[in-house]
Design a protein around this ligand. Structure first.
Ligand code: SF4
Length: 250
């Protein structure tokens, strides 16, 4: 179901006034405009989400909502980071899980490692374990925040700072790090001692589910270790989609 977005917000998106804005300014506008119906989507598998969480916490700790999706196939290092974040920032992480009956049916029909059999089955698994829980996480929100950056992969080339996310009910989606490089993200992590996933130090710039993530080689793009057996223009899970077809932002 589509959410009703205020005309002034639509005008702001269309004006593209945040295209070159500082991440903190984009976050401040998002929190001022939508809180408490705005939350950060963090995978705990990339430094970008942790940088945004740190920024939000500095701007308005009482309004810093964060949700994540536990697919049931995550690395122990990812769970460890969730707990470190809870302690460091004294926040609740809103964790959403796949529906047990949907996982059970899928596994009975296609096995536990269905993602290696075909792209369709990989997307089915992502649909059950990620996309459906995301819909529940977004329920009640008018806006959400993600750490997408165009240089991460070809599937993210058209990401904009503030977008109308037609794929997810016309909600507003903020990508405050859209103008940042990987180096800027890591410099922020170092400067403010932001906790990040320990697997980043082992050649995993982007950490997803255990069976679908591997370390990358020098020169490969940041998401080359995700679903590495597929064509690179297919490598999204269904959470951040729409950029390929329509350029996403207004
Ligand atoms: Fe399933 Fe792999 Fe997608 Fe995780 S990343 S939900 S294991 S297909």
């Amino acid at each position: 179901m589509n959410v009703a977005i205020d005309r002034a917000v639509t005008d702001t998106v269309q004006s593209r006034r945040f295209d070159a804005a500082a991440p903190e300014d984009i976050l401040r506008w998002g929190l001022d405009t939508f809180a408490p119906r705005i939350a950060l989507s963090a995978s705990f598998g990339s430094p970008e989400g942790m940088v945004l969480l740190d920024m939000m916490h500095k701007l308005a700790p009482e309004r810093a909502r964060v949700f994540t999706i536990d697919t049931g196939r995550l690395h122990q290092e990812t769970y460890d980071l969730m707990d470190r974040v809870r302690t460091r920032y004294d926040i609740q992480v809103e964790v959403f899980f796949p529906r047990p009956e949907a996982v059970q049916t899928m596994v009975r029909e296609h096995g536990l490692n269905l993602f290696y059999d075909s792209t369709d089955l990989r997307k089915k698994c992502c649909g059950v374990r990620k996309v459906e829980p995301l819909a529940r996480a977004l329920d009640g929100l008018e806006a959400w925040i993600a750490g997408l950056r165009p240089e991460q992969s070809v599937t993210r080339a058209d990401v904009r700072a503030v977008e109308i996310d037609e794929v997810h009910g016309g909600r507003i989606k903020l990508n405050p790090l859209v103008t940042w490089t990987r180096e800027q993200v890591l410099a922020y992590v170092e400067r403010f001692h932001v906790p990040i996933n320990r697997l980043h130090d082992q050649g995993y710039p982007s950490v997803g589910c255990v069976p679908c993530t591997r370390s990358i080689q020098p020169g490969e793009d940041e998401r080359a270790g995700r679903w590495w057996w597929e064509n690179e223009d297919q490598r999204e899970c269904g959470i951040h989609v729409g950029y390929e077809e329509k350029g996403s932002g207004i």
